[in-house]
Design a protein around this ligand. Structure first.
Ligand SMILES: O=C(O)COP(=O)(O)O
Ligand SMILES: [Mg+2]
Length: 225
């Protein structure tokens, strides 16, 4: 059966509050190398553009040359731990119910995250939402990451011809959606740094209980393919 629409989700800061898990993996790698650990609020601000950007921020923060052997060793230790980091990943309230509701309403669900695929799969399985997504495009799936639009186009094109909506939490998501020409729905409890209206979203929401209704509005507003 053809879907009524496709909804693509961002992961970190949108479906999953993952900052604590990322901080745990990072601090594990830093401690292993005798380096100072970093606080949660700081690490949260590094999330959204994938691992290379996160590690650039860490290098700047601790004053280490990113091309030094020690820093490369820290990055490798982080990535190994991150790929299997379960603890510290918490679904935002109402996510499971909202995904179930959309699935029952014949909405195709996809995921587009700057997280590497192995870390994304660990989180999806740990939080029990893996099976909802027919398509997962991750930070190492393509040569580019969000905010480049390619990841969103790749996800959308694999989900069929129905109108497509993208749900994300950050500046990076807004920029990617606008560049891709895909309507952007902003979840406001995530990790963005600027005011919601500056991201020019189609709509905003702060409660997953409202998502089904918003997707219903989207289907009514959009011309069907
Ligand atoms: O890995 C990141 O930095 C962010 O991942 P996201 O695209 O799921 O928000
Ligand atoms: Mg995000």
């Amino acid at each position: 059966m053809t879907s009524v629409c496709s909804v693509i989700f961002d992961l970190d800061g949108t479906l999953v509050d993952s900052a604590a898990a990322i901080q745990l993996a990072l601090n594990h790698a830093l401690s292993l190398h005798g380096l100072p650990v970093l606080p949660l609020d700081l690490v949260r601000g590094f999330i959204g553009r994938g691992v290379p950007h996160l590690m650039d921020c860490v290098g700047r923060q601790i004053g280490m040359d990113p091309s030094s052997a020690q820093f490369i060793s820290v990055s490798n230790a982080f990535s190994a731990r991150y790929a299997r980091q379960q603890h510290g990943n918490l679904l935002f309230d109402g996510v499971i119910e909202a995904l179930q509701d959309l699935q029952e309403s014949n909405v195709a669900l996809g995921l587009c995250t700057n997280k590497p695929m192995d870390a994304a799969r660990t989180v999806l399985q740990h939080t029990g939402i893996d099976a909802f997504f027919s398509v997962v495009v991750a930070g190492d799936s393509l040569p580019t990451r969000k905010p480049d639009p390619e990841m969103l186009w790749a996800a959308r094109d694999r989900m069929g011809p129905a109108p497509c909506l993208y749900v994300g939490d950050s500046e990076v998501d807004a920029e990617a959606a606008h560049a891709a020409g895909i309507p952007f729905l902003l979840y406001t409890r995530g990790y963005r740094k600027i005011a919601a209206e500056e991201l020019a979203p189609w709509r905003i929401f702060d409660d997953f209980g409202a998502l089904g209704g918003l997707v219903g509005c989207f289907v009514k507003e959009m011309p069907q393919a």
